[in-house]
Design a protein around this ligand. Structure first.
Ligand code: UT7
Length: 323
């Protein structure tokens, strides 16, 4: 039985089209100043003709190359997404063949913006069990597909992206701990439209399902969940904040990250930020941020860091990792 798992490689991909705050000013009653000061977002990258599987494909290829492994060695493939190309086949199943992977276990996982943490938790435990050796895990989203561009409360927030990781076995604890949680959002603070049963034999009123959010409720939840999860991970592993090289939080709103840092009394310089360029990319946010932090040198071999996320469900989770 394998005791532990480790990160072997990372990769990410964002689509080429930039959507600026200035462009959003022409679409809804908003301003660049409001968006920047209330969210920290200056621009986001959005798809034109690519779908979630296209973004995931690019990120996965990069992570596999970065890990320097043969594709034939991968025996587990998980894609975290709430915006698959279609309800089925899943993005993972579509990509299994396109990536040239063997006939392996491949499935999609939905835990919204916490999806990548859930995928990491599952892959870590499946590798620890000894049943699987090499996992490819991806967070990929095209949230702009389900964004209502007449709703200023949500349309300024989201961008499209994918991030990927290859996880393999380790003799020493590199992925030290992963925690994931959920509590039912019965109030509907963050949801996507479904099709009510009573409309079974009718055409739905609207032509597309949209994301809907009561932002301030999610804000309150997030500012509590982030510091609490970080403290839980440190306590469970008898570590202090000083032991961390960086905290990589889900990039949903710069103010949420600021507030978490203040609550923890942790320096903002050690909270990784790329939200200014990408906005909230849901399940792609954490693996994109980790990949960029590594490529920029903000995270180096041997560094210990915590990554945390929260999102619809409501879900949240975190991981304590040494690179
Ligand atoms: O991945 C997880 C999912 N989501 C999140 O993490 C989002 C969490 N929530 C947030 O990030 C923030 O709540 C928002 C950025 C969504 C909103 O910021 P806020 O500071 O909580 O604003 P608010 O919702 O309390 O609204 C304050 C005002 C309202 O106007 P009134 O009612 O005071 O006149 C809004 O209508 O700001 C208005 N507003 C806007 N004004 C200009 C809301 N969106 C905009 C906008 N431009 N885009």
């Amino acid at each position: 039985m394998t005791r532990y798992s480790q990160i072997l490689g990372t990769g990410s991909y964002v689509p080429k089209r930039t959507l600026t705050n200035a462009e959003l000013e022409t679409m809804v009653d908003t301003t660049d100043a409001w968006i920047l000061s209330r969210t920290g977002i200056a621009s986001r990258q959005i798809v034109v003709d690519e779908n979630t599987s296209d973004l995931a494909y690019q990120a996965a290829e990069k992570a596999i190359a970065d890990a320097g492994i043969e594709k034939s060695a991968i025996d587990l493939f998980i894609v975290a997404t709430v915006t698959p190309d279609m309800p089925f086949p899943g993005v993972s199943q579509l990509l299994q063949r396109r990536l040239g992977l063997n006939t392996i276990t491949a499935f999609d996982l939905n835990a919204a913006c916490s999806g990548f943490l859930y995928a990491l938790n599952v892959a870590d435990k499946m590798i620890q069990s000894g049943a699987y050796r090499l996992a490819l895990i991806v967070g990929a989203e095209t949230l702009t597909k389900i964004t209502d561009y007449s709703d200023r409360n949500t349309c300024v927030l989201f961008g499209d992206a994918a991030g990927a990781m290859v996880i393999g076995p380790s003799d020493t604890p590199m992925i030290k701990d992963v925690v994931t949680y959920a509590k039912g959002d019965l109030e509907g603070h963050l949801t996507m439209d479904g099709y009510p049963l009573k409309q079974h034999f009718k055409t739905p009123d609207q032509d597309r399902p949209f994301l809907r959010m009561q932002g301030s409720e999610v804000f309150k939840f997030a500012t509590t969940a982030l510091p609490k999860t970080i403290r839980t991970l440190l306590k469970r592993n008898r570590l202090e904040l000083d032991d961390l090289a960086l905290i990589v939080a889900h990039q949903a709103n710069r103010r949420i990250i600021d507030k978490a840092a203040r609550t923890l009394d942790y320096p903002m310089e050690k909270m990784y930020l790329n939200i200014d360029r990408y906005g909230n990319t849901s399940a792609a946010s954490v693996p994109l941020a980790i990949d960029e932090a590594i490529k920029e040198g903000a995270l180096k071999k041997g560094d210990t860091f915590i990554t945390v996320a929260f999102g619809a469900g409501l879900t949240w989770g975190g991981a304590l990792i040494t690179l």
